[in-house]
Design a protein around this ligand. Structure first.
Ligand code: SF4
Length: 384
C-alpha cells in the first residue's frame, strides 16, 4: 500500500523573534519526519528562499523571513552538512537590494553563505519530461548542490492564485527561461520545473503571509505558522486549504498532482501537529481587488475564455499603475483579454495574452499569462 504524505503544521508565538522561529522550525521539521538522510556530513545543501523583490516592509509576507532560513541552516549544520542560502530576485529586480533590505546581510555577517544567483554561472540543460520548456537555462549552483531544500513563503499571486512550494522553484531559472515560460504556458511550466529540481524537503514560511494582489504588493497577514514536508503537492494542498483555496482552484497544484509529483487528495495526506482547520483563515484573492471600480469606463474588456491568469494579471497591472499615479495611461485605450467579437472593439486596443484574437496593426502582448511589466511598459511608453 502506498504510504501517505506527511505535512506538519507548527505555530510560533505572535511577532516571533529568532528563538521562537527556531523552535517552530525545529518542531515542524521533526513532525514531518526530519530532514532527509541526504543531509549528511560534507553535503552541500542549497536553501532556496523567496527573494522576489524589495517589499513595502520587512513584514509584508512577500519575502521568506531570514530567521526561518537561519533556523533551517542551523539544522543542516547540526548534520555536519554545508548550507548555502541562494536565490535570484524576479526579472529586472536586484537580489542584493532584497538581501540588504530584508536583513539577509546579517546572516552573512554571522558566517552564513548567502548568494545572489544572478551573479552566478548559468547552464543550459534539458528538462526531459517538459512540454513547455524542454530546454532551460538554470543557475549551476542549483544543479551542483547535493540537496535542495525549498523555503517558500505563504502568499497569494496575481497570476497563479497562490505562490507556495511549486511556484518558488521558478526562481532557479535564469531570466531568459522565466521569460520564455511566461510566453508559453506558466501554469504547466511551473510543475515541470518543480519536477526538474525535485527538492528533497520544504519548509514554508507562514509567519508573515500575504493576501490580495500578491506576490509583492498585497496585504500582510500574520499567521505565525511554519509548515513542512517532503511532498510539495501535499504541502501546497494543505497550505492552500489554510488560505481558503480548494486544491482544484489552484492550477499548479492540479497539474502537479496529474504529473505524479505528489498528492492533492486529503485522503492521501497525514497532518502532523496542528489540524489545518484550526489555523484556517480565508485569504483575500487577487480578483477581489477594489481597483476595478477605478478603471475609466471602456478601458477594460474581459472577453470569453479569459481565465484567472489574465484577469489577475490585469488587476495587478492596474494596482501598480495606481501606485505610480499613472492610471491615466488607460485613457483612450482598451485592454482586451480572451475573445471578443470585432463589433465590440472600441478605443485604441491593446490585446493581452495568447488567447486574444489579434488584429493587424493593434498592440499585442504575448504570454500565458504575460508578464505584468511588459503590459505596463507598453502602456507607459507605447513607442518603445
Ligand atoms: S492567455 Fe488565455 S489561457 Fe493564458 S492566462 Fe491568458 S486567458 Fe488564461
Amino acid at each position: 500500500m502506498q504510504s501517505k504524505s506527511v505535512v506538519s503544521i507548527a505555530h510560533t508565538l505572535p511577532h516571533p523573534g529568532r528563538e521562537e522561529i527556531a523552535v517552530a522550525v525545529r518542531r515542524a521539521v521533526a513532525l514531518a519526519g526530519g530532514l532527509p538522510e541526504s543531509v549528511r556530513p560534507g553535503a552541500t545543501v542549497l536553501l532556496k528562499p523567496n527573494l522576489v523583490e524589495i517589499p513595502y516592509t520587512r513584514k509584508s509576507g512577500a519575502v521568506t523571513h531570514p530567521e526561518l532560513c537561519r533556523a533551517v541552516a542551523g539544522l543542516v549544520l547540526e548534520r555536519g552538512a554545508d548550507p548555502v542560502i541562494a536565490d535570484a530576485a524576479g526579472m529586472g529586480s536586484d537580489t542584493e537590494a532584497v538581501i540588504s533590505f530584508m536583513g539577509y546581510d546579517q546572516l552573512r555577517r554571522d558566517g552564513y553563505t548567502v548568494l545572489d544567483l544572478k551573479k552566478e554561472k548559468t547552464v543550459r540543460v534539458k528538462n526531459p519530461a517538459a512540454t513547455v520548456l524542454p530546454q532551460i537555462e538554470v543557475y549551476e549552483r542549483a544543479l551542483t548542490a547535493d540537496v535542495l531544500i525549498n523555503l517558500p513563503v505563504m502568499k497569494t499571486h496575481d497570476q497563479t492564485e497562490v505562490t507556495l512550494s511549486l511556484k518558488n522553484l521558478k526562481g532557479l531559472l535564469a531570466d531568459s527561461s522565466k521569460k520564455a515560460m511566461h510566453r508559453r504556458a506558466l501554469f504547466r511550466g511551473i510543475p515541470e520545473i518543480a519536477a526538474f529540481f525535485k527538492p528533497s524537503f520544504t519548509v514554508l514560511d507562514g509567519i508573515y503571509a500575504q493576501e490580495g494582489v500578491g506576490p509583492v504588493y498585497g496585504d500582510p497577514v500574520e499567521m505565525d505558522l511554519v509548515i513542512a514536508g517532503r511532498d510539495m503537492v501535499a504541502l501546497d494542498t494543505v497550505a492552500g486549504l489554510i488560505m481558503g483555496y480548494r486544491p482544484e482552484e489552484v492550477p499548479t497544484t492540479v497539474l502537479a498532482a496529474q504529473m505524479g509529483l505528489g498528492t492533492a487528495a486529503l485522503s492521501g495526506i497525514v497532518i502532523a501537529g496542528l489540524p489545518w482547520e484550526s489555523v484556517q483563515r480565508r485569504f483575500k484573492r487577487c480578483s477581489e481587488s477594489e481597483i476595478l471600480k477605478e478603471v475609466p469606463p471602456g478601458s477594460l474588456r474581459i472577453g470569453g475564455g479569459t481565465c484567472s491568469g489574465c484577469q489577475n494579471t490585469i488587476i495587478a497591472v492596474l494596482v501598480e499603475l495606481k501606485a505610480r499615479g499613472q492610471l491615466t495611461a488607460l485613457t483612450g485605450r482598451t485592454i482586451i483579454t480572451g475573445s471578443l467579437p470585432e463589433e465590440e472593439l472600441s478605443g485604441e486596443p491593446l490585446f493581452v495574452g495568447n488567447c486574444t484574437r489579434r488584429y493587424p496593426g493593434a498592440d499585442y502582448i504575448a504570454g500565458c499569462p504575460p508578464e505584468n511589466s511588459w503590459i505596463i511598459d507598453l502602456l507607459l511608453e507605447p513607442d518603445r
